[in-house]
Design a protein around this ligand. Structure first.
Ligand SMILES: Nc1ncnc2c1ncn2[C@@H]1O[C@H](COP(=O)(O)OP(=O)(O)OP(=O)(O)O)[C@@H](O)[C@H]1O
Ligand SMILES: [Mg+2]
Length: 266
């Protein structure tokens, strides 16, 4: 079943530059999609459009169907309810979306109660369970902290824990691992794969790291200047890339691997 369908999505600011340029693709239930592309190519904007968060001043064309219904047909309140329960997002810069003067625990509880959790004890249990899944061990301290009292990587993991709490049908992950060290990256990737395995969650994973995208995703999209310049099964793209840009991206991973191997043999 297709849970997301983008039909000829374009987005411009002031009607001048095409930030997104005629993007069409679909996501099936349980699929993991990797989106890779250079900085400024429109990856985050694309995820915001899927969530129905069109930035002020932007004009869009085309249609985005979530679970078979166009976002255009949905009321604002309906879209708001969808966010979190059905579609959750891990934001690229999680700290920016947190309230700086409210403790992590209060924000987490507010998020859970807005989506049907009842009772302090229930919320606390869920918060602790999810934080330990992303290997935040000192849960009492974290829940009691203000966002600025945590490191960037810790805030990122809080954001990941919150997004995974409600077992969404679709998880939009915008550079979820960029603020994390390599061991933590692997653990977060593992938890996302578990979400798919246990609950059939579909994931759109935006990343600069084509290596992570290649090992995690079933399908891969490559973006450049607002266009989806490549789209297909990950294996096909890796074995037979169609554009020079994709070849360059893949070569850079292979070169690093080669250098590592050369280093090992010295
Ligand atoms: N609110 C805004 N007003 C005007 N232009 C914007 C706005 N938000 C984003 N843009 C522009 O849209 C383009 C795409 O931005 P976007 O954040 O989607 O890129 P990205 O691919 O996610 O980049 P990165 O890899 O650095 O996160 C950029 O040129 C950016 O300057
Ligand atoms: Mg981005």
């Amino acid at each position: 079943m297709e849970i997301l369908e983008l039909n000829h999505i374009s987005l411009t600011y002031d009607g001048i530059v095409n930030i997104l340029d005629d993007i069409t693709f679909s996501v099936r239930s349980g699929e993991i999609i990797g989106i890779v592309g250079e900085s400024g190519s429109g990856k985050s904007t694309l995820l915001h459009v899927v969530l129905g968060l069109i930035p002020d001043g932007a004009v869009t064309k085309g249609e985005c169907f979530l679970f078979g219904r166009s976002n255009l047909e949905r009321k604002r309140s309906e879209l708001k309810k969808l966010r979190g329960e059905e579609v959750a997002m891990i934001f690229q810069d999680t700290g920016r979306y947190m309230n700086p003067i409210s403790r992590i625990g209060a924000q987490y509880k507010e998020y859970l109660t807005a989506h049907g959790y009842r009772g302090r004890k229930n919320c606390l249990e869920k918060e602790k369970e999810m934080l330990s899944r992303v290997h935040l061990k000192d849960t009492e301290r974290i829940l009691h902290a203000y966002p600025f009292e945590l490191s960037g990587g810790m805030r990122q993991r809080v954001g990941i824990a919150m997004a995974m709490s409600l077992k969404p049908k679709l998880l939009l992950a915008d550079e979820p691992t960029s603020a994390l060290d390599v061991t933590m990256q692997a653990q977060v990737v593992y938890e996302m794969m578990e979400l798919r395995r246990k609950y059939g969650t579909s994931i759109i994973l935006v990343t600069h790291n084509i290596g992570v995208a290649a090992c995690m995703s079933d399908k891969l999209g490559i973006m450049q200047n607002g266009k989806l310049v490549e789209w297909g099964n990950t294996r096909d793209i890796i074995s037979c890339p169609q554009t020079d840009y994709t070849r360059t991206l893949l070569d850079s991973v292979i070169e690093i691997d080669d250098e590592r191997m050369a280093g090992k043999n010295e």
